[in-house]
Design a binder for this molecule. Structure first.
Ligand SMILES: [Zn+2]
Length: 68
């Protein structure tokens, strides 16, 4: 999520491309050759989505990555 220069309004809502939660800071950005730039709220979401894109039906990600 990005605020306007004066900080009075939200200029752009950025949501995690995995879980859809609003990303307030820069987030984790990944440049995907097919899908363009992706933004994730945590390393957990990035890893989960990476496995999903690779064809894993039920991705297994270490829970400690959540919120990282
Ligand atoms: Zn997420």
């Amino acid at each position: 999520m990005r605020f306007s220069d004066n900080g009075y309004y939200v200029e752009k809502y950025v949501k995690c491309d995995c879980c859809g939660v609003l990303v307030y800071d820069a987030g984790l950005r990944v440049e995907d050759a097919v899908r363009g730039e992706l933004v994730y709220c945590s390393a957990w979401c990035r890893e989960w989505q990476t496995q999903k894109f690779a064809g894993v039906d039920f991705p297994s990600v270490n829970a400690r990555l959540h919120g990282a």
